[in-house]
Write a protein that binds this ligand. Sequence first.
Ligand SMILES: Cc1cc2nc3c(=O)[nH]c(=O)nc-3n(C[C@H](O)[C@H](O)[C@H](O)COP(=O)(O)O)c2cc1C
Length: 219
Amino acid sequence: MELFEGIESRSSVRGFISKPVSQETIRKILNAANRSPSFKNSQPWEVAVVTGAKQAELSKIVYDLAASGVAGHSEMPYPKSYPDAIEERTKIHGAKRFEALGIGRDDAALREEMRLANFKFFNAPCTLFFFMDKSLGEWSTMDIGIFIQSVALAAHGLGLGTCMQASLANYPDAIRGCLNIPDSKKLMVGMSLGYPDEKAPLNSYHSARESIDTFTRWY
Ligand SMILES: Cc1cc2nc3c(=O)[nH]c(=O)nc-3n(C[C@H](O)[C@H](O)[C@H](O)COP(=O)(O)O)c2cc1C
């Protein structure tokens, strides 16, 4: 896939077929992403690749927490409020996604089902979790963001789909516990990875973007 085409055609995938992703393929993706730039070449990213029985065990743990209403707490703090224009985009995103799926504003049960699909990893055969050492700061967070987008693009280039999932980061203690990861590692975000199910209703929605003129100043 040509680079520009890959960048422009990637979108979040929220429904997968059951075909497993081979370890060879995952290694190829991580090797490509490992070429990502980082502050002083510090390469602060740490990745947990979770498949098979462990993935099923972990899904049950986080699903049960989310379904029973345990709010959880992300170690990546959410802002108390957003600037108006950004708040507006997040609202439009939510509304358009429900609209595309034909889910009504008052259909609390379907909305909840959609939220909980996060914790079934959208049926992906593989889930990645990205960690960094808690001693690190914002530059490393930036580095890992770059790394994660490289993972998404490399996967896309091989015909796979991804969905980055902040929702999974709400249960860091449970996830670290299940994966035997030390408490000194901050859970940044999760990512579902697999072959896209083109027929999955959740994949029918494609997000929009503002024009570059809304965020660019020219001098
Ligand atoms: C840091 C981050 C966290 C995200 N968390 C979630 C999530 O928990 N659940 C979800 O369905 N999508 C999640 N997304 C996907 C965004 O909703 C998506 O990237 C955005 O709407 C733009 O759509 P696109 O990725 O299809 O271009 C997340 C994306 C990012 C970058």
